[in-house]
Design a protein around this ligand. Sequence first.
Ligand code: G16
Length: 539
Amino acid sequence: MIETIATKPYTDQKMGTAGLRKKTQIAMLPHYLENFLQSIFNTIPNLETKSFLVGGDGRYYNKTAIQKIIKIAAANKVKKLYIAQDGLVSTPAGSCIILKNKLDGGLILTASHNPGGENGDFGIKYSTSTGGQCQPQESQAILEQTLKISEYKISNSPDLDLSQIGIFRCEETEIEIINPFRDYIEMMQRIFDFAQLRTLLTSGFRFVFDAMNGVTGPYAKKIFEEILGAPQGTVLNAIPKEDFGGLHPDPNLIYAKTLVDLMYSDSAPDFAAANDGDGDRNMILGSHFFVCPSDSLAILTDNYKIIPAYKNGIYGVAKSAATSMAVKRVADTLKIGFYEVPTGWKYFVNLMDSQRISFCGEESFGTGASHIREKDGIWAVLFWLSVIANTHKTVKQIALEHWQKYGRSYFLRNDFEGIEQNIADKLMSELEARLPQLSGKQYGNFTISNAHPFIYNDPVDKTSTQNGLIVHFTDGSRIVYRLSGTGTNGATLRTYIERYVTQDLDEDPNEMLKELSAVSRAISNVTHLTGKEQPDIIT
Ligand code: G16
């Protein structure tokens, strides 16, 4: 039976950089999730002809949320739901399943790299038939629905058992519980030379993969250990946990500290990687070496020819404006297109769909390609393993040779967290107002050449988006300022600092960027406005 339940709008259901992210306690408020789901369905015509994927990264409240999605979708007469077995699907595998099966979209339940659990975060990424997350126009239409919703529809049928693959029904809606691994693994096997990778991983090469108790554990076990023959135990933290075992599942130098410590110890393996909670982010490490994500994109692009799927050539590359310029130098050398977009993977989707780009990446540990429309942690790891297998070089050698060829963009991101929203907004608006007067100003060794808001004009849908402020220096250095769109604790100011050099290639980024970091604080007035002398997090 289908019930119509009266409800009132929540005014905070605006999607951020990647879907809706909230404290779990907020998502669990009465009618909160129901309102949001009904608002999504209200924007989609002809639901009786539409099919969607549902799954997530296994975090707390996902199981309850999936049952709600089934019942609300059924009450709204959705044709079919594909539900990942046990509710577990990585964000990249979800994109793959949507594209391969020509679905109309998907609801991936994840707050990505944010902590999970009852007192952690919960989130929903809403994807469309592109396989990528909805575009700003679509999230605006959903927001408008959330602000005027007065009722939602829900079936009162019993919960479904998600552990059995098979076809079931809820009201008139067909529910198929699917294997969440098969399509994705087949795709990886088509892209990469698995025979070559198997030779590497069974040859004594020492590799560790940290799944951070997120959803990539079972994918990594199947791909690296079962198919490619890496020793049992190669995959650490391999079982998805509702609270990520208390870890903050963000693969960076701070939150993947145990792995980082191992890689800087005397017993460091040859290669290590980590993925985040939903498997779209990746961190790459060699023995005593960390690969900055901006460099990773540049290095992989420079090596595209060694991968079977790309050997005949690639379209262009794209990066978010906040990401370093390293990949542009590669694109210029390869004579392929180069694009710079706002932060948010959704901005790459039109470029991929129109065959303008093949590869893209972001400083926030995201690397990917047009095989799907999300960033892809395991793809990046398989690509790096392929580069190692082909070149027979260490990670550090590969990076050093890259810098010798192209020069190096030292890069750091400084995050000032937990700022009151009105103070963060004031900082950004005052800085934006000051930008025109900054040209020609000197700060120590650095002189500003020009400063402007970053405005992206999408060449495909012709929309225009402003995201962040950029300050350029005469020596090619850059500072980008923007507010995060993924946090759940007040506002986070992100300051991205980049300095290009053609010598001193193997130095500590903290030292190389010390002066420019101080300059970035002086320009933004952050200490005066927030009382913070230093960033809370440096990645
Ligand atoms: C999401 C987006 C990325 C973005 C990152 C950080 O990643 O998909 O495009 O770079 O957030 O965004 P912000 O700087 O606004 O916090 P994920 O892995 O969290 O889905």
